[in-house]
Design a protein around this ligand. Sequence first.
Ligand code: M6R
Length: 612
Amino acid sequence: MCGIVGYIGTKAATSVLLKGLKCLEYRGYDSSGIALLNDSLFVCKKKGKIIELEKELNGLSKDLSTYTVGIAHTRWATHGEPSDLNAHPHVSSSGKIAVVHNGIIENFQILREKLALKGFKITTQTDSEIIAHLIEYYVDKYNDFLTGVFVALEKLEGTYGIVVVSRDYPDRIIAARNGSPLILGVGEGEIIIASDASAIVEYTRKVIYIDDREVVDIQRDSYQTYDLLQKQVEKPVEDIDWDIETIGKKGYDHFMLKEIFEQVESVKNTCRGRLLTETGTSRLDGLNLKPEDFSEIKRIILIACGTSWHSALIGEYLIEEYARIPVDVEYASEFRYKNPILTKSDLVIVISQSGETADTLAALREAKQKGVKVLGVTNIVGSTIARESDGGVYLHAGPEIGVASTKAFSSQVMVMIMIAIHFARRKDMSLESGQVLIEKIEKLPQLIQSMLDTAGDIKNIAEIYKNASNFLYLGRGVQFPVALEGALKLKEISYIHAEGYPAAEMKHGPIALIDENLPVVFIALKDSIYGKIVSNMQEVRARGGKIIAIATEGDNEISNYADHVIFVPDVDRMLSPILTVVPLQLLSYYIAVMRGCNVDQPRNLAKSVTVE
Ligand code: M6R
């Protein structure tokens, strides 16, 4: 998704801004641009990667090192094709105002027409350009930068994170947020504002999270935050507890591979201090639930998108199995518009790695609006979902940079396990069963290592199937969401069409696809339905399909039905998704690399989807 960086201080703004943009590259983008300010406004925008912008800047005869104020942007096209012209910053007709914008202005068409009538020249196809003209119009009208921005914001419908500079006010930056994140980094004699903390941490760990419907007026060594009614708002300065080192590639070829291999540690971090052997339960103080709340909850609704939705499906199996509470799983994008039936005895849990996904956030707000308690499961401390939830659980998985989610998924599954046991122990699960389960959970991180050790075998399998056009992923019970996740991972980064199904559904349609060109991945662990899965495998074999099986260690029978087998340690079936997903992540990764795909920044995808 689009990225924003703004800087005002004593350093050369160009290098701070370009470095900041590079930290945001992982979010996905198709063009970038920069505006630098002193007594004049200099703007440069390029389609393509940031390197193109850098080349353009380096080729100029102009000395850019004297600029100490500027704004920059990476654009992910929504309105208008990716091009130099449509890239941000957008500049007002007279060249006085420059704006970068994340989000979508829904009434841009009407505003465009009105501004054109007033003589403003609209030059791009974007919704964002009108913000620059609108601000110029009101700044001129009220002869004041801040007032002009406030009045312009009143006219905008939709979502925005904007950062604005004006040639007439060379020592100020104004930023505003409504639905698109902005974080203010407060340094010594310098301030950096960005849509993501990763662009800030090199300069300062002291940050202020700007909330929706807030505006901040920034100077080199001071800032003031306001609400949209122009009332001053005092905001706490918070500390970021990770640094730039944490988000380096650490010798791996890609962030995705690093993040897959980090899962032993990240899952350990997710459970750290939360598994209580003595009482056979989990400590999740952040849930903010009182003892009486547990008996009142009659249904849990898990809401998420994409990979997080898959972890919600696993959560459904876990909570229903252990806590015996009915669970519904909803796509956030559907939930928000369906006028959901909610009662006081419902508990909503939204799951989002980024904590900023627009649909998930809207679903959270819809549930809260209906008076239901909402918990958030997210990886990003201080994210909007974290702040707007009534309580929740942080993943503590560490920054995930690869667009394809891997370690956040395993940590989400771990949180689902801990939530399930937490509720179960408040209900019917005995102390002894709780203790046995905790003991099994504690072993999971080390078992992930044994899955990572299969990387060489998986690479060989990837070599064989890298040219396939389609893949099918099949699993049953709690492995069904893992099949969905395996298919999503493959299609996201290798652009191979892949589908996940409950294995038994195969005969109701997908079986028609099977021939010698279709690799089918079966998650076929030794459990009570093993025999049924083996029958499905035979059906595939009979039609010439190629089978890659993820099977239980010690299963000597499975190689009779599969072309390739990856073994998983023999663990409790309900806990196994955290292991079975690892070879599927690796398979997608190796296939994508072998096909020459940009693994960390797949085409058309964004790390955090802050638009509808
Ligand atoms: O940040 P979130 O977990 O809310 O993101 C939800 C989806 O956009 C995300 O999981 C997406 O499907 C990923 N690209 C999966 O790899």
